[in-house]
Design a protein around this ligand. Structure first.
Ligand SMILES: [Zn+2]
Length: 130
């Protein structure tokens, strides 16, 4: 094996590198770190965050629900092909939240538009007492 500090070739049995004096880390640590993260995967919690945010905002203000629902859905679609079971579970949950955010946001926007329309009509048709 080789020293993780200076790269000098050393015997497996010794604990300290004869070249630089660094403590030799056992093979297991090196191999697990090498196979543990071949390419750092993006955090699926981030996708879930956008979906839930859109879902929550859709109740408060419809158009925001649509916007964040779209963001959540596009982010979830980015991760759609990833193989990890736990990962895809979170992503599919994020998709569900995003789709719900889109529909609720759409409904809330229609209601908001209807409400504004009615309000404008009430003001317009109100008899002018003054
Ligand atoms: Zn060394």
């Amino acid at each position: 094996m080789y020293c993780s500090n200076c790269g000098a070739k050393i015997e497996d049995s010794i604990r300290h590198c004869p070249n630089c004096g660094a403590v030799i880390v056992p093979n297991a640590v090196k191999t697990s770190s090498a196979s543990g993260n071949p390419s750092p995967l993006p955090d699926p919690g981030n996708v879930l965050f956008w979906g839930i945010l859109g879902f929550a905002l859709s109740f408060v203000f419809g158009p925001l629900g649509i916007v964040f629902g779209c963001i959540g859905l596009s982010k979830a679609n980015q991760y759609f092909t990833l193989p990890s079971a736990e990962f895809s579970k979170k992503v599919s949950l994020a998709r569900s939240f995003s789709i719900a955010a889109l529909f609720i946001g759409l409904a809330a926007t229609v209601l908001l538009a209807l409400w504004i329309y009615l309000l404008v009509n009430i003001f317009r048709s109100a008899p002018s007492y003054i």
